[in-house]
Write a protein of this length. Sequence first.
Length: 294
Amino acid sequence: ALINGLSKIPTHQKKMVYLCQLLIRIADGKKLECHFENDQRISPLESALSFWTLLEREEIKLEKLHEDIRSLIQIQTVAVLMENGYFKEPAEVLERLFTDSEADKPLRMKLANIIKSKDPYVPLLENFSYNLLTSKIKSYIEPFMKENETNFLIQAATKQVESKGLGTTALQNKTVDVDENDESNLETKQRFVFSIILLKHVPQQMQNCCLNVDSLLVWMYINCFLGLTNLENVEKQRDALACGRRRQRWTYKEDLELKSGVREFGVGNWAKILVHGDFNNRTSVMLKDRWRTL
């Protein structure tokens, strides 16, 4: 999905992406301070419901399990708010959660009455609990994982190599033959193929820095998960890694940036401090070492 875009990946991989999005929201479903949407009113569970809707659209036939999970997410979206002492917001949530269809009407009416009572411990909320929600989702995931237990990352990487001729020299000397039952060699093979893919998607200057596969993976994680998607930031990170080994004196301004970053993000969050601060070709390890020195 990162390389080709979500619209171009096969259905089962798209479902995997949606599942990951759903699960992280379910995992943080009771943390109302977490926000996954630009609209701060949207709780993690309400956001999870949007991804559950996307998953349902990928299904050929909707079963009772799908209906159960949808209802449980809707119920727990209201329940979590009420458990945390919010009684005005759940009424607004109902407007967003439910359509005007007759099928939605019974559950909507029940939740509306519960919200009016301001009692988060009524039988409906306790019977359709958060534990039941997670249990149902596990029931949904298990058959999906069995159907797709082959390592699609390896398969996708191999197809990329074959179709585009990536890393042809390496492939001529080494065959990438994945035996799904050979767990001892799976990680090594995965890293080999993945490293070939990465080498075609990182800047040439980085390839010339004698960096190992782990460093390349770190580069990818930094750029994918810390939001460094624009070219300017990517260039900064690349140059920082490329020049990381050069010794350079810390400036007074950089020390101030480091102290400010520690105050804002806390000791240990060096990657965040690096991204948000103005440093001259530094790495997070350099920040850590400088802080120890200070």
